[in-house]
Design a protein around this ligand. Structure first.
Ligand SMILES: [Cu+2]
Length: 119
């Protein structure tokens, strides 16, 4: 093997070793369970990292509910007592408000959720 070829080979191996922990973390989103009950979410806010994929698992404790996060193109809808999930990768830092996306009664309009995205 020529010296140049060896160097290219070594560089490829090093790059693969550096890249693999990242690939692993992206393949395993952080799972966060949220329960929905008229007319709030529990927890009502979460903090996640920019660039780190997250799976939100929404569980209804009573009637049908939803959770829409417009900023991240997420809309989870669940039936009464049901569970649903969605995965997204926050691509911007800030505080974002989500809303219930299934009419669930008198307090539906004020049923909100906050996502804090940190760097
Ligand atoms: Cu609702």
């Amino acid at each position: 093997m020529s010296r140049a070829r060896f160097l290219i080979c070594a560089a490829t191996v090093a790059a693969a070793m550096l890249a693999s922990p990242l690939a692993w973390s992206q393949a395993k989103p952080q799972r966060i369970e949220i329960s929905a009950k008229r007319f709030s979410y529990s927890p009502g806010e979460i903090t996640v990292k920019k660039g780190q994929p997250v799976t939100i698992v929404l569980k209804s404790q009573d009637v049908a509910h939803g959770l829409r996060l417009r900023d991240f193109g997420v809309n989870i809808r669940v039936k009464a007592g049901g569970t649903g999930e969605a995965t997204f990768t926050p691509d911007k830092v800030g505080d974002f408000t989500g809303h219930c996306s299934v009419f669930c009664g008198s307090g539906h309009g004020s049923m909100t959720f906050t996502v804090h995205v940190v760097a």
